[in-house]
Design a protein around this ligand. Structure first.
Ligand code: ADP
Ligand code: MG
Length: 237
């Protein structure tokens, strides 16, 4: 279980997350929803250890997560476009390799290449292993990024708007894949999504953020309209 407890983040004087509590269980795809600027990306960065918190903490099965426990998938697909699909997936294993290997990634050990191939097969792209990553469609590239996360063997996957740059069909495919991996591989997957309808179709549970606070936590079919309503102006005194 990944547990975010009382996560509070401040940029300068301004507090943008005010004590956020969220849990994600192994085997669960949790979607985080909310209007632009409500703090979704900040929350995800804090969960990944990339953003200092002023209060609160993150635990995985009751302990502090290690550097390899959390894999990240971004909206802007971070692949090395001129390298092969397989090399990009192998890179997920870099953190597990001795430094000597990390410095010469062209020489990934055979076991890693085999594991990467299995991960590519898992996302339905084994036949593209030797193509340049940049030659794939956006949806395929995001599936490669998911395969790289799998190759990291992290029990937790955090994804920040992983389908925002994709067309509707590719979006459905990537989210179905994330849900399937959560269920079959028992990963805890937390995905920030910009479309409530995608969350309703694929997530097991949703959390709604509004102005840095959790205002909704429950089944994916919950009505999310209130998350996107403009803030009600304070009545004049
Ligand atoms: N690095 C930063 N420095 C200062 N303010 C930031 C920074 N990143 C985000 N913010 C502000 O924090 C709030 C939450 O941003 P963010 O987490 O990116 O929201 P979301 O992902 O929900 O759109 C916004 O008001 C944003 O302008
Ligand atoms: Mg964001």
């Amino acid at each position: 279980m990944l547990a975010l407890t009382g996560v509070t983040v401040r940029y300068g004087e301004r507090e943008v997350l005010h004590g956020v509590d969220i849990t994600v269980a192994p085997g669960e795809l949790l979607a985080v929803l909310g209007a632009n600027g409500c703090g979704k990306s900040t929350l995800l960065r804090a969960a990944a250890g990339l953003q200092p918190m002023t209060a609160g903490g993150v635990t995985l099965a009751g302990r502090q997560p290690g550097p390899l426990d959390i894999a990240l998938v971004f909206q802007q697909i971070h692949l090395v476009r001129r390298r092969s699909v397989l090399d990009n997936v192998c890179a997920g294993a870099l953190g597990r390799l001795p430094l000597r290997r990390s410095l010469t990634p062209a020489l990934f050990p055979r076991e890693v290449r085999e594991e990467a191939m299995a991960c590519l097969d898992r996302v339905g792209l084994a036949d593209r292993a030797h193509d340049r990553a940049g030659s794939l469609s956006g949806g395929q590239q995001q599936r490669v990024a998911v395969a790289r996360a799998l190759c990291q063997r992290a029990p937790v996957v955090l994804a920040d708007e992983p389908v925002s740059a994709l067309d509707p069909a590719a979006s459905e495919q990537v989210l179905a894949l994330l849900a399937e991996l959560a269920h079959d591989e028992r990963l805890a997957v937390l995905a920030v999504l910009h479309q409530p309808s995608l969350a309703a179709r694929h997530a097991d549970r949703i959390v709604g953020l509004r102005e840095g606070r959790v205002v909704l936590d429950g089944p994916a079919r919950l009505n999310t309209d209130a998350l996107y309503e403009p803030r009600v102006a304070k009545a004049a005194p």
